[in-house]
Design a protein around this ligand. Structure first.
Ligand code: ZN
Length: 249
């Protein structure tokens, strides 16, 4: 089980009735509740929770996997917080960037590209195809998941080539999108997952929730070594193996 923090911008739900009707307790609650029910130790944090947006050093130090949902206020996330999250990912914390978090400061920094894409809000059908069936993030998912009403995100999605492409979406309007991409950055694991617009009840979908559970398990840091960077004392006795002492055959 993992210590999970679900971060949400949490503006749309408070400002727009149509969004509040879908996510009355906030998108973060719809994401956090099933993860807590699965046994994870889950907390939430939001943009307006103080100057550090609820992501203090202590919270991040106590987080194995951070899920990030942001949309209209990416620019309001303070750079000092972005620095801190970035550093924690390099240090091993898992990051799951959801839907419009493709444009979040921290995801763009981790990718090093524009992360731009094409989009259309027309409530169209999406088939989310599993294209890497052996990947743990796809455990228990059928060949594809059908979402009846989604916002279209289409290629080119300007991200680096993923380590694994787990999902590819087809949209009713004709576009495709690399919708489930894994990366490693430093010691941390990063997963981008496309579904999840604020006016559609996508985070209540059983398959979407299963993917998020799988992704948290995948992104949870393992017991790998902590790298020791910097000037290093030799492990072997260098004098004994110096070139002058070696026998030449
Ligand atoms: Zn959206």
């Amino acid at each position: 089980m993992a210590r999970v923090t679900v971060w949400n911008e949490y503006r749309h739900e408070r400002e727009r009735e149509d969004v509040a009707a879908v996510y009355p307790d906030g998108i973060h609650a719809a994401i956090a509740d099933p993860l807590a029910a699965a046994g994870h130790d889950v907390r939430t944090a939001t943009l307006d929770e103080g100057p550090e947006h609820g992501l203090t050093d202590a919270v991040l130090a106590d987080t194995d996997v951070l899920l990030w949902w942001g949309h209209a206020a990416h620019d309001e996330v303070r750079d000092a917080v972005v620095d801190r999250v970035h550093e924690r990912v390099l240090d091993g914390m898992g990051l799951i960037a959801l839907h419009s978090a493709h444009y979040s400061k921290v995801f763009k920094r981790l990718m090093g590209t524009s992360c731009s894409l094409r989009w259309r809000e027309a409530g169209e059908r999406e088939r989310l195809w599993v294209v890497e069936p052996g990947h743990p993030i796809a455990d228990g998912i059928d060949e594809y998941v059908e979402l009846t009403e989604t916002e279209m995100y289409g290629e080119r999605f300007d991200v680096p080539q993923p380590d694994a492409l787990v999902f590819t979406s087809w949209f009713e309007g004709g576009e495709v999108c690399r919708s489930g991409c894994t990366y490693r950055r430093g010691s941390g694991r990063v997963f981008y997952f496309r579904p999840g617009h604020e006016t559609y009840p996508i985070y209540y979908d059983d398959d979407v929730r299963r993917v998020l559970r799988n992704a948290v398990a995948w992104a949870n840091p393992g017991e790998g070594p902590t790298p020791d960077f910097g000037n290093a004392d030799p492990i072997e006795d260098l004098d004994a193996t110096s070139p002058d002492d070696r026998t030449t055959y």
